[in-house]
Design a protein. Structure first.
Length: 666
């Protein structure tokens, strides 16, 4: 992973980096696809007049670069765009930014892998695509494995990658304007051909201009990677200067390449070529070793974004998980390699799925799978950039006194205008191509994360949990037999020696299915006290008990159940809890309260759900059972922990007794 204290915990701060290093890294991020794919798209849309779209694109990119410069100068220890969103918005919008950034990053990585393979090996039979798919998955697996083993993408590696990219770019541009006879190279370009590109007479409209600007807008995407190095910059002014300079140089270089390539390559041939960039290189360096070397170097340059993202992507997942916007298990580090192995695995699967999907479309003879996914990617990034841009005016009001070594011109209104321009670009492209379905595809990818967000809010937000439980309390009765089958209830009750005539607490009772069984077990001389966070659930327990004629149940509604045992509960013989560990915010306080109400050798039994559907990561407590056992011991309990296999998920049993001594439970 990129070595940045703001991103990876426990990594010592390295020597501060200066303007040159950050400049090269930013330049590399911008160049990756700007020269190899986008010029061809521009010519297809507008012919030689795509130069105008390039000017507009880099004008927009320059303003975005200045916006990022202000954000980095304000928050030099931030780390990524999600952090800015977290400071500016509420949890939901910050989650959308983080989730969409992560999805877009994985798509970007898969696009890079696919385009590199298509560029270097453009064969198109079924076996060819299967071979490229296998190679692509192998590349993804290898890179993720290296990250898992603890390989870091340090500044030296980034600089080397940048130098390779810059060298490839220079060797692509020089022959457009110069004949290099020393290595038997003859360029087909000529000055007269260069000037003739302005003689094009095809139609022109703002609609086509804006649509073209949209499709080549990836040229200003990727600069945000530099925010991961914000803490390592020598000063707050280093990154603002470097990012603006890099964007400016990239703009000039790209324009020179586009002008030169259009000038030497006929428009009709340019727009109809499968990979125009490769055809241009073949023309410029035909029959030389340099041609093959440049093909390989270009493929390497293309795949660089995938390499970089695979190293930094897990950190974004960890950031979301630390803020409880993803499962906490994504924050865990591997015991040996000290890397976020679950985040790395999840990311590897996501990139592989997108890569496989694209090659599947190729095998099904889809018109242009790469372009389709590229268009969806652009929409996702524009959503993230829009929300990021609006943080500028928000911060202008929210952090008035905060130092801003670099200040975005027109920062109070400019970001809103730019977001409007983004909308205009999208509208123009959809109007021109009729591909409105792209919006729904992008929205669906964003929407996939919303159920995850809702479930996690229910896990970690007691008030939200209470409201949701109240609304769906009646439905919970119907699903209780599946969540808590009779066989499981019998096993739970069977853990206790003798409950007849005893007082039993059903902690986190939900709708009371187990409480009703317990009422029959303890008998008329005993008592069951169901406790739940939701008043709706408590009302249902009362109605169910009344309907069955059960009088030895005394339900309690406790809105603070996540941090205590209700103070009205004093002396009980046993406590049972099902599925509460994910809700409890202070396990020590709750266990301490329970211990105070139980006599010596009083019994407890916690039952928790785990291994959902065999692939969903478990909660953090489930991955460290020794620490959980120690927590029970600290509260005065001696426990044993075992597992019971279910159909769609498994159960963790924690049974024990209150004991002054740490007895071994069998």
């Amino acid at each position: 992973m990129i070595e940045n204290e703001g991103v990876v915990e426990g990594v010592p701060t390295r020597r501060k980096v200066g303007f040159g290093v950050i400049f090269l890294i930013t330049l590399n991020a911008i160049f990756a696809s700007s020269l190899t794919y986008l010029p061809g798209l521009g010519v297809q849309m507008m012919g030689a007049r795509s130069l105008i779209a390039w000017l507009v694109t880099f004008g927009i990119g320059l303003y975005i670069a200045m916006a990022l410069a202000e954000l980095v100068s304000m928050f030099p220890k931030a780390g990524d765009l999600y952090v800015y969103a977290k400071k500016a918005y509420g949890h939901f919008t910050a989650f959308i930014v983080g989730w969409t950034s992560w999805i877009a990053g994985n798509i970007s990585a898969s696009l890079a892998v696919v385009w590199a393979l298509e560029y270097f090996y453009p064969a198109n039979t079924m076996m060819d695509y299967l071979f490229k798919l296998a190679v692509g998955i192998a590349i993804i697996a290898l890179l993720n494995f290296l990250v898992f083993r603890g390989l870091t993408l340090n500044k030296l590696v980034l600089v080397i990658l940048s130098i390779i990219t810059v060298s490839v770019v220079v060797l692509q541009i020089l022959p457009l304007f110069f004949n290099i006879e020393a290595i038997s190279l003859s360029s087909t370009g000529a000055v007269s051909n260069f000037f003739s590109l302005f003689g094009q007479t095809s139609g022109f409209s703002l609609l086509i201009l804006f649509a073209t600007t949209f499709i080549i807008s990836e040229a200003f995407m990727g600069m945000e990677i530099i925010t991961f190095l914000s803490e390592e910059a020598k000063s707050r002014r280093t990154i603002p200067k470097a990012i603006i300079a890099a964007l400016s140089v990239a703009a000039v270089t790209t324009l020179i390449y586009v002008i030169g390539s259009i000038g030497m390559f006929p428009i009709n041939k340019y727009s109809s070529a499968l990979i125009p960039h490769k055809d241009i290189l073949s023309t410029l360096w035909h029959g030389t070793i340099a041609q093959q070397a440049l093909f390989l170097g270009t493929a390497f340059m293309i795949i660089t974004p995938a390499l970089v993202w695979i190293f930094i992507g897990p950190n974004l997942l960890r950031s979301l998980a630390r803020d409880r916007l993803l499962l906490e298990s994504f924050t865990e580090l591997h015991k040996k390699f000290k890397t976020p192995h679950r985040s790395i695995l999840f990311q590897s699967i996501a990139i592989s799925i997108f890569t496989a999907f694209m090659f599947f479309l190729y095998m099904r003879h889809h018109h242009d799978p790469y372009k389709l996914i590229h268009e969806v990617f652009l929409l996702l990034v524009l959503v993230v950039l829009s929300l990021t841009m609006i943080t500028i005016p928000i911060f202008r009001k929210k952090y008035v006194e905060l130092e801003r070594p670099f200040k975005l011109p027109f920062g109070s209104i400019g970001p809103f205008i730019l977001v409007g321009i983004f909308g205009l670009l999208i509208f123009s492209y959809m109007r021109l191509t009729g591909e409105v379905h792209l919006i729904w595809k992008a929205v669906s990818l964003i929407a996939v994360g919303i159920p995850v967000y809702v479930l996690l809010i229910l896990f970690y937000n007691p008030e939200a949990t209470r409201k949701m439980n109240n609304r769906f309390a009646r439905f919970a009765v119907f699903f209780e037999e599946y969540n808590l089958p009779r066989s499981l209830r019998k096993k739970i009750i069977g853990e206790f020696k003798d409950l007849h005539g005893k007082t039993v607490v059903d902690f986190h009772a939900t709708v009371g299915t187990l409480s009703l069984d317990l009422a029959n077990v303890v008998g008329p001389q005993g008592k069951v006290i169901p406790v739940d966070l939701s008043e709706g659930n408590v009302e249902i327990i009362k109605k169910r008990a009344k309907k069955k004629g059960i009088v030895n149940i005394e339900p309690i509604h406790d809105e603070h159940l996540i941090s205590r045992l209700h103070p009205s509960i004093h002396e009980v013989d046993a406590i049972i809890s099902i599925g509460s560990l994910d809700y409890i915010q202070n396990i020590h306080l709750v266990l301490k309260d329970m211990a105070q109400t139980l006599p010596e050798h009083g019994e407890i039994c916690f039952v928790e759900f785990s291994d959902f559907f065999g692939f969903i990561p478990n909660s953090s407590w489930s991955n460290n059972l020794d620490q959980l056992r120690a927590e029970f011991r600290r509260a005065g309990f001696a426990v044993k922990i075992g597992r019971w296999k279910g159909i769609f998920w498994n159960y963790v049993f924690i049974y024990g007794i209150k004991s002054e001594h740490d007895v071994v439970m069998v």
